[in-house]
Write a protein that binds this ligand. Structure first.
Ligand code: AR6
Length: 200
């Protein structure tokens, strides 16, 4: 696998961007891009929400997405009857720039012996699977479980990069995957994981 790596830094707001071109054999051209940004502002086909099993909103990125999408998002989420950890469900984005929100539920960190790693990988895998079923070409992920759910950030970022890299190689229709970090710690860790992935 060939990976190219470009970093650009824009302006006083500290916008950071890193692009990895992952090409598998001849045809795989989907790009994995790292941004430090508010996911609710991204113009992509779908953004992923780090939700809880109720799907009825919460704090963190979940709260930000519900605020930006407007009350219709909560109305439609009531009809989804929740979501199990590691699974994903899709709704429209309503007032968001994104057409869809894919709601997934990350694991709460319990010390590492409660299948947390597998469940986190399932979140990325099932979100991308659902996205491709809805002809999503561009998708943005927050750092699932890296906030209130207290997953160790280094391990979470490695899982995110590894599963996304694997999934884009299997789904040619997916042109762009954005890893959207909010804080510096997650941003730097994702950057490191993307760099390390060149050697695996
Ligand atoms: N854009 C991008 N990333 C964000 C944003 C944003 N606007 N806001 C926060 N983050 P968390 P979790 C980052 O706690 O750990 C909720 O209450 C944040 O810095 O949102 O999966 C749900 O309802 C962190 O790196 O999600 C659940 O109850 C990452 O998003 C619970 O929290 C995830 O932090 C889920 O916890």
């Amino acid at each position: 696998m060939l990976l190219s790596h470009v970093i650009g830094i824009r302006g006083a707001i500290g916008y950071n961007c890193c692009t990895h071109d992952a090409r598998k054999n001849r045809s795989m051209t989907a790009k994995i891009t790292l941004l430090q940004d508010d996911i609710t502002q991204l113009q992509v086909d779908a953004i992923v929400n780090a939700a809880n099993t109720s799907l009825l909103g919460g704090g963190g990125v979940d709260g930000a997405i519900h605020r930006a999408a407007g009350p219709e998002l909560l109305d439609i989420c009531r009809n989804l009857h929740g979501c199990e950890t590691g699974q994903a469900k899709i709704t429209p984005g309503f007032k968001l720039p994104a057409k869809y929100v894919i709601h997934t539920v990350g694991p709460v960190w319990q010390g590492g012996n409660a299948s947390e790693a597998n469940l986190l990988a399932d979140c990325y895998r099932n979100s991308i699977k659902l996205a491709t079923e809805h002809e999503v070409r561009s998708i943005a992920f927050p750092a699932i479980s890296c906030g209130a759910y207290a997953f160790p950030i280094e391990q979470a970022c490695q899982i995110a990069v590894s599963v996304i890299t694997e999934m884009v190689s299997q789904h040619d229709s997916l042109r762009k995957v954005i890893l959207c970090a909010f804080d510096d710690i997650v941003y730097k860790q994702l950057l490191k994981s993307l760099g390390n992935s060149q050697y695996h």
